[in-house]
Structures are given as C-alpha cells and as structure tokens.
Design a protein around this ligand. Structure first.
Ligand code: SF4
Length: 308
C-alpha cells in the first residue's frame, strides 16, 4: 500500500486537503495501482480516481445521503433486497483502495465489518428468503479472508442457484488472484465475477494474468464501469476500454451513470452528455463490447437502462 506521505510528495497542491478528505473517506491506494498511474499529473485518469481532491469537501444541493436508496431496502444490516430474485450481501466496508467517486463513500456509522451477531442475522435472512441469486458486494468482498469468503459462498450455495461476486480486486490488487484462489472459486460454480474498470490504463500485464486465470478456469467475468468526468467522459476512451476488455474475454456489462454521493460532484456527467457519448460509442464498437448504460435512482427502485 502507498502511504499518505508519498501522495503528498507526489502532488504538493493536495497536501492541505489531505486530512479533511481522509477523515471523510480514507485515502488509500495499492502499490500495484499506483505503479500504473502518474500521481504528479492531475489529469491522469487513474490518479484522478484515487487521489483526493479539495472538491470533495464542497457540499452541493444535489448530493444524496443515500444515492441509490439502499437503506430503505435493507431488511437487516449488511443485506440489500431490491429485486424479488436477487439479494445483495455486503461482506465488509473495506476495499484495497478507495475510489473517490464511490457511491458508498458515505457509509452509515458503524463497524467496517459485521459483528458475529449481525453476520448470522444477515445469513439467516438470506436463508429464509431463498433468492435465486446472491451477490457478494461491499466494500470489496475479496478484502476479507479466504476462510470467511469460502464459508459464506458454501452456506449461500445451499439456498441459491447462482452466486455472484462484485469485486475491484482483480484490477486494484491483482496479486489476490492466485491459482489456488481461482481453483477454490472454480469449485463453487455457477459463480460469476463482476470486476470494475473505468479506463484501459488500469489493465496491466499483472491484471491480464489474473483475468486470464479466471476465464481459463471457466468463471465468467464481466465488467462494470462508472461514467466519470475527467476519467472516461470521452467516446474514444470508453470505446478503447470496452474493446480492451473484450480482447481479454471480459464482457462489458454496465456503464453506470454517476450517482450523487456527497463528495463526488466533480466526477458527475449530465444525462444528456452521457447519452451523446453512448450514441458515439455505439457507432464505434460491436454489440458484444457495448455495455448497458444504467441509472440507479435514490428512491431504491433499482437500476434501469438509460435510452440514448
Ligand atoms: S472498490 Fe468499489 S466499493 Fe471500494 S471504493 Fe471503489 S467503487 Fe467503492
């Protein structure tokens, strides 16, 4: 991991706002991700995602306390149940690095990990709901220990037909994707892995190796990206990302319209801009490379496609 001191050295202009930004949402980057970015360049698309900005401290009237309406759809802590056949289980609030635009950057007060009682109640809820599919989310579900992750998957497999993991670890912490780890996932199929990549520069040789390991093991890998001002709000950048993912056998799944989390206003792109971009991208890439452009509104009604 990269220390806060190194970040300040890289961008002296950020030093004044570091403590305030860190107090609101931790500033943390993995060494691997750091080595792919130019931390001294404010326009670097990777640095912009993970280095804090003084703009995070500005409050905007459009900010939402709960940008995708999770709280109203949470029957017990660590569970979100928005759709009849799917349940989302948050394993932790920890991540290997923290994306400054994250829609969950303003977690409600409470522990970073569930207590034993909370965890048992969360699993008991899912066992009684018996959804067709369970999605492990967070935080990053790969930020927990293997024994807890695999025990959770095994318990859920007894009540749900399909398991899905949403994790940015294959991109941010590729050393996590070892042969032994992939073999354990392979033993728990049907299991889908949805990674999170926003710019083609995030795809290094090490990342490629981990993604290939997963796909070679028969684990379907998909990608969600977030539309982010100054990172990928450009048709060529988006098309390059989607084509690069497809070359790695990763299906572009969703492009999320940026949620209105407090502190991420400087990343937001308007819906009209997003529609224009997606029309341009559609002209550039084949159907297999084209993700669904979606909005997850704050009323908790769930994701819906944006027409363009
Ligand atoms: S890895 Fe995902 S959950 Fe973690 S900070 Fe980034 S966007 Fe948020």
């Amino acid at each position: 991991m990269v220390s806060r001191g190194e970040m300040v050295d890289a961008r002296p202009d950020l030093a004044d706002s570091l403590d305030a930004a860190h107090a609101l949402f931790p500033v943390k980057v993995t060494r691997s991700f750091w080595n792919r970015m130019n931390p001294a360049d404010p326009a670097d698309p990777l640095a912009r995602q993970v280095l804090h900005s003084p703009e995070e401290l500005v409050v905007h009237p459009e900010d939402e306390a709960d940008p995708v309406g999770d709280a109203a759809k949470s029957p017990v802590p660590w569970v979100v149940h928005k759709y009849a056949d799917r349940v989302l289980l948050m394993m932790t609030k920890r991540c290997h690095l923290y994306c400054r635009y994250c829609f969950r950057r303003n977690h409600e007060p409470g522990g970073l990990d569930p207590t034993a009682e909370e965890w048992e109640a969360a699993l008991a809820y899912i066992e009684s709901a018996r959804p067709r599919e369970v999605i492990l989310s967070g935080g990053d579900p790969l930020a927990v220990r293997d024994d807890r992750l695999f025990a959770t998957l095994d318990r859920l497999a007894a009540v749900s037909r399909v398991l899905r993991i949403h994790s940015r670890a294959p991109i941010t912490f590729p050393e996590r994707i070892t042969d032994a780890f992939v073999a354990e996932l392979r033993a728990r199929q049907p299991l889908y892995l949805v990674v999170h990549t926003n710019h083609a520069n995030e795809l290094s040789a090490e990342v490629d190796q981990g993604l290939a390991r997963l796909v070679d093991a028969g684990i379907p890998v998909l990608n969600q990206a977030v539309l982010l001002r100054g990172v990928n709000d450009d048709a060529d950048v988006l098309a390059s990302l989607f084509e690069a993912l497809l070359e790695r056998r990763v299906k572009p799944y969703y492009l999320h319209h940026t949620d209105h989390a407090a502190g991420n206003a400087h990343f937001r792109v308007s819906l009209d801009e997003g529609r224009v971009l997606m029309r341009q991208v559609r002209e550039r890439v084949g159907g297999l490379a084209l993700p669904v452009y979606v909005l997850d509104p704050p009323d908790g009604s769930g994701k819906r496609p944006i027409a363009y």
